[in-house]
Design a protein around this ligand. Structure first.
Ligand SMILES: Cc1cc2nc3c(=O)[nH]c(=O)nc-3n(C[C@H](O)[C@H](O)[C@H](O)COP(=O)(O)OP(=O)(O)OC[C@H]3O[C@@H](n4cnc5c(N)ncnc54)[C@H](O)[C@@H]3O)c2cc1C
Length: 369
């Protein structure tokens, strides 16, 4: 596909190898990739794309590739939002408002804000990916979700080729969910705006061992109380110990969702497995730890090569032949794992990352068995 307009910097490449553009390091070649470094380029590209009705491929938005399982051949136009910039839009004694462009690395943004004395994102440190993708699944960790600090999202509605400001209510956030996730390849998020506070004594560190580690950092600095820097550092440490670094061992984070089952089934399972881990949910349901189920099924470190669960973290599937393994290998391993778990516990597992079909359409969360 060629673009004959004046946007000289708009980069459209054909037959692009994306094996290094997804943290699972799956082999993938995309039909074409459009690199967007400013918003106007999207208007330009979409005007041309809309005219090109004869051989129109579907669109697929790809950011850092840390939550996707790409097919070996992706017959779609991949839009890569790489706009950069962090803009201060308002400041008072109590808070700052910032607008962040989609292509900013998420973890670098967290570190930058904390270093500036702008607080609220510290619990979300070390989550891979780019800022534009963060609202898609309302990223969350250690008791904080993106929506807690979000003001609005600027996004392009691909079907109507129009720009929109979406408020928090418009984004329809839920646990690891949003309007962007529910209507895939419909929106392209270009800016994410946050309100961050400037009070260093306001921290959220009661989650797990964060408080203990953060306090240790504070004491090393001869401060009585932990501050957001300490919380961020604690979370970086804890995450580095718990999760494999995708740069060293390719993975896409938690591979299976924690299944939700009825209280009756949970009580029955408790009889056979007194140590089963469950969290009460509304409507007499219980959320069960998928990692525990996989481990109890004897699959910690197991799988079907080259896709194996991590030896210390059964919930994470890792790729042992980076840039060669394919989505099919993931399919084989996930089925194997889910089948064994089902046979043992009669619980179905669902995937967490986004499964990208060959035509760029995507399938979330369907049961694996
Ligand atoms: C080791 C590891 C740990 C992780 N830990 C966490 C965690 O603690 N909490 C958590 O919530 N997640 C976690 N994740 C998942 C992942 O990092 C997040 O979902 C992240 O926000 C994905 O960002 P990305 O840029 O890589 O998006 P991608 O993987 O490129 O895309 C993910 C989805 O978002 C869509 N998308 C991407 N960018 C845009 C955009 N600009 N506009 C519209 N749609 C878009 C894509 O089409 C795709 O459907 C982890 C992943 C890994 C590998």
């Amino acid at each position: 596909m060629t673009i004959n307009d004046s946007s000289a910097t708009l980069l459209v490449s054909n037959s692009v190898d994306l094996a290094h553009s997804n943290t699972m390091a799956l082999s993938c070649v995309a039909d074409s990739v459009v690199t967007l470094t400013n918003e106007a380029q999207l208007d330009d590209f979409m005007a041309t794309y809309a005219e090109d009705v004869e051989h129109q491929l579907s669109l697929f938005v790809l950011s850092g590739g840390s939550n996707v399982l790409l097919p070996a051949a992706l017959n779609a136009v991949v839009l890569q939002p790489k706009m950069r910039g962090i803009h201060l839009t308002a400041q008072t004694d109590d808070y700052v408002d910032i607008e962040v462009m989609a292509g900013e690395n998420w973890h670098d943004l967290v570190v930058h804000t904390v270093n500036q004395g702008w607080y609220g994102l510290e619990n979300l440190a070390l989550i891979p990916g780019l800022t534009g993708a963060a609202p898609v699944q309302n990223i969350g960790a250690y008791g904080v979700q993106l929506e807690d600090c979000l003001q609005y999202v600027r996004a392009y509605h691909l079907p109507t080729q129009t720009w929109h400001h979406l408020s928090v209510a418009d984004c329809q956030f839920d646990y690891r969910d949003s309007i962007f996730k529910r209507t895939p390849n419909t929106w392209l998020i270009s800016r994410v705006a946050f309100r961050l506070h400037t009070d260093p004594t306001h921290i959220l560190a009661s989650y797990g061992d964060v408080q203990t580690v953060a306090q240790r950092y504070a004491e090393q600095q001869e401060r009585e109380q932990a501050n957001p820097h300490d919380v961020m550092q604690a979370i970086i440490d804890i995450r580095q110990q718990k999760l494999p670094d995708p740069k060293q061992l390719p993975n896409c984070g938690s591979f299976f969702q924690n299944p939700i089952i009825g209280q009756d089934q949970f009580t029955a399972l408790q009889t056979s497995y007194p140590a089963i881990v469950g969290y009460p949910m509304p409507d007499a349901m219980v959320k069960v730890a998928a990692g525990w189920l996989i481990e109890q099924a004897g699959l910690k470190g197991g799988g079907i090569a080259p896709i194996m669960t991590h030896k210390h973290q059964a919930l994470v599937l890792t790729n042992h032949t980076p840039y060669q393994a394919t989505q099919e290998d993931v399919e084989t391993a996930q089925r194997y794992i889910a089948n064994i778990v089902y046979e043992k516990f009669a619980i179905q597992l669902s995937r967490e990352p986004v499964w990208v079909n060959a035509d760029g359409s995507i399938g979330y969360a369907e049961h694996v068995v």
